[in-house]
Design a protein. Structure first.
Length: 478
């Protein structure tokens, strides 16, 4: 969530002119009685109005300003779901006032949450799905925080004689992890040990990760679907490297799989890829229900192999809402609507339905990346054959425009395609990334190709890139 400042005073406008602008911002027809009464002045924008206004007027003021937002369906930067069926929207509306934490008051909503956890435990091949433990969250960022806290607490138990006096915990991961892992390390005082990118490897290397581990390592993170290029990290390879490390040194390093996107793709399209609880070293997994879980923003999931992986002291119990309710989450009160929508989606699609949706997204991604790869001026880095996500950059011989120019031109057509630089050791590489989600159809992909070809025609006439300022890069990790 970005930080926001107060009133914008950057524009020097006289008070009387500002008042006149506010007055003219209202359509006179917004007045309920007639076009004149009660509509002589618009409300202030950065302090509470002195009094109320008709609901239709308040709605229209907010509605009109939001028209300036981008079209979510054309946002190819975000991994977040931008379309659901009308029936799902109705269910969410019916549940919007239910507080997810109040399980005694809303027992059926709590039951749907438990069923979702059981379904995910089965989907991710937990040895005993009934023994797996998990919870809903507001998204993968919170789920990752919870998983990291469990890893740190388990490590602290094992090292009680040294911690916190002489030991500083560390977490091993690739430099490509989502920013929430950097936040976790900063907030919970854990050293982040990151495997850098090298050459055409844009994510973690198992052997390099194992070399960074020591007696203070709380765990290693593997990302199933990198936000930078859509590729899967080799989870099985990482576990094998850590198995070998344990044989040599006795160090037992657990693995958390950040499956924010891939944990809802791989089980349906890549059943031969072993990445989940089938690997004994995998202690926990998270996913975003609001990404390839096909639910509107606001829901994620965190699961542990068994209760042994989630220290009991991290689970709090409250009774002041009625009943004894265990809770393990950073947030307390939150709406139950998204959890209900997740259960609806599981029920609605089933395995075959999810397979069809994700297969369509991947087919569109691979075909679209193929079309872009054939265009003179571009070079593909990935093809969308893991996550339905691919990255591409300008060809080596292109000097008169760059990826930031391409992104800017596409925005003129309504498309949001992020341009950003890679982290260490590939800061020299700037790319564009396309996320194909449910709702991004083959027809829309054709329109994107047409607009991209038109943009290229114009960009080829440039003498030099419009901007070389890499600070203008937009990472769009979410």
């Amino acid at each position: 969530m970005p930080l926001h400042r107060g009133a914008d005073r950057s524009v020097d406008i006289a008070p009387d002119e500002r008042a006149e602008l506010r007055r003219l911002s209202l359509n006179p027809f917004y007045g309920e009685a007639d076009p004149v009464s009660e509509m002589t002045l618009a409300p202030p924008m950065h302090r509470l109005p002195d009094g109320p206004m008709p609901p239709a007027t308040a709605y229209q003021l907010v509605h009109d300003e939001l028209m300036l937002d981008g079209n979510a369906r054309l946002n190819l930067a975000t991994f977040v779901t931008t379309w659901m069926e009308p029936e799902a929207g109705v269910l969410m509306t019916e549940c919007r006032e239910k507080n997810m934490i109040d399980k005694d008051e809303y027992p059926r909503t709590a039951e749907l949450e438990r069923r979702c956890v059981a379904m995910l435990a089965d989907l991710w091949n937990a040895p005993d799905p009934a023994a797996a433990i998990g919870c809903s969250t507001t998204g993968s960022s919170e789920a990752c925080m919870l998983a990291g806290m469990a890893l740190k607490r388990r490590w602290a138990r094992r090292n009680a004689a040294r911690y916190p006096a002489t030991a500083r915990p560390n977490l091993v991961m690739g430099i490509n992890v989502q920013v929430c892992w950097e936040k976790f390390c900063d907030f919970w005082e854990v050293e982040a040990r990151c495997v850098p990118m090298e050459g055409d490897r844009f994510h973690l290397a198992p052997e390099a990760a194992a070399e960074l581990c020591d007696e203070n390592t709380i765990g290693a993170v593997a990302v199933l679907g990198s936000t930078f290029d859509g590729s899967y990290e080799p989870v099985a390879g990482l576990c094998a490297a850590l198995d070998a490390l344990e044989e040599r040194t006795g160090l037992d390093v657990p693995v958390h799989v950040d499956g924010a996107s891939g944990a809802m793709v791989a089980p349906f399209l890549d059943e031969d890829v072993v990445w989940d609880f089938r690997l004994p070293r995998v202690s926990s997994i998270n996913t975003s229900g609001h990404k390839y879980g096909l639910v509107y923003p606001g829901v994620g999931w965190a699961l542990w192999r068994s209760s042994a992986e989630l220290p009991e002291e991290l689970v709090f119990r409250v009774n002041y809402l009625g009943g004894d309710m265990p809770t393990f989450a950073l947030n307390f009160s939150r709406p139950g609507a998204q959890v209900v929508a997740q259960y609806y989606t599981f029920l609605r699609l089933g395995r075959e339905g999810f397979r069809a949706v994700q297969r369509t997204a991947r087919d569109i991604a691979t075909k679209l990346s193929g079309r872009i790869g054939e265009m003179a001026g571009f070079r593909l880095l990935t093809r969308g054959d893991e996550l339905p996500v691919f990255a591409f950059t300008t060809a080596p011989d292109v000097t008169n425009f760059n990826v930031f120019d391409v992104s800017r031109r596409l925005r003129e057509h309504g498309w949001l395609v992020p341009a950003y630089t890679f982290p260490a050791n590939r800061e020299d590489l700037s790319v564009l990334r396309v996320v194909c989600r449910n709702g991004f159809s083959a027809d829309l992909a054709e329109l994107l190709v047409a607009d991209l070809e038109q943009a290229l025609t114009e960009l080829r006439r440039q003498e030099r890139p419009a901007s070389r300022d890499r600070r203008a890069a937009t990472a769009f990790h979410h």
